[in-house]
Write a protein that binds this ligand. Structure first.
Ligand SMILES: C[S@@+](CC[C@H](N)C(=O)[O-])C[C@H]1O[C@@H](n2cnc3c(N)ncnc32)[C@H](O)[C@@H]1O
Length: 213
């Protein structure tokens, strides 16, 4: 086990805005810490950081002793992640069709569904259900609310990006319908960095339930 710092080295500008963010978010670290403890306590199976972005959560989980690897839709994000931590596994892939075996892992989707239209969430959760081991743990972080914001410019680049705020009750309901039982939920107020635009932040800890029939 090492410190998060060891696992998240200095990088090019892409990763920098995210690098120290968790240091200022004790409740986020608490949810990740509880998730890590549950995974390690159950034998520490591999954990997919699904939609890993520049790797901040993959690196943080590794620092907690969780054998995490990252998957992201964006080859550029995967390149940033690999460059920052060449020793770790990062792959290009989609949460809607993961190149992973059935029942292979535990998972984290840390703010990765924020670009997913709500009508596609059942597809994503069906895929999470497929790749999770029975009893495997899942941690989902997202922006709580009910709105959509479109960006044409961010992080110094022109782009086209939708960001969704979704209701924790609705997301928990979809996960439960998909056979992933919610075991804990946290909704916190925005911190100073997130205020005034971001609003409340939601975290659902869940577990793949046995089939009921
Ligand atoms: C807001 S970022 C969060 C990144 C990282 N999880 C974090 O918290 O730092 C969302 C990430 O999800 C990725 N993503 C979006 N849709 C995806 C999909 N269908 N499959 C895999 N990754 C996806 C994006 O490329 C982006 O890196």
């Amino acid at each position: 086990m090492g410190t998060a710092e060891e696992f998240l080295d200095e990088d090019e500008f892409d990763a920098r805005p995210f690098k120290d963010e968790l240091d200022h978010k004790p409740l986020d670290r608490a949810m990740l810490g509880a998730f890590a403890e549950l995974v390690v306590g159950d034998g520490g199976g591999p954990v997919g950081d699904l939609g890993c972005g520049p790797r901040r959560v993959t690196a943080y989980l590794r620092s907690l002793g969780v054998p995490a690897f990252g998957v992201d839709l964006s080859p550029e994000m995967v390149a940033v992640a690999r460059r920052g931590h060449p020793g770790l596994r990062f792959e290009v892939g989609s949460m809607t069709a993961l190149e992973l075996l059935d029942g292979e892992l535990g998972g984290v989707a840390w703010y990765s569904t924020v670009h997913t239209p709500p009508e596609l969430l059942p597809t994503v959760f069906a895929e999470f259900h497929r790749v999770l081991a029975l009893g495997g743990h899942l941690l989902l972080a997202f922006k709580a609310g009910d709105r959509l914001r479109h960006l044409d410019h961010a992080y110094g680049h022109d782009l086209s990006l939708d960001i969704y705020w979704t209701s924790p009750e609705q997301v928990a309901g979809l996960m439960t319908e998909g056979g992933i039982a919610v075991t804990a939920r946290l909704v916190r107020e925005p911190d100073e960095q997130e205020r005034p635009r971001q609003g409340r932040q939601a975290y659902l800890l869940a577990r793949k339930a046995p089939a009921t029939r």
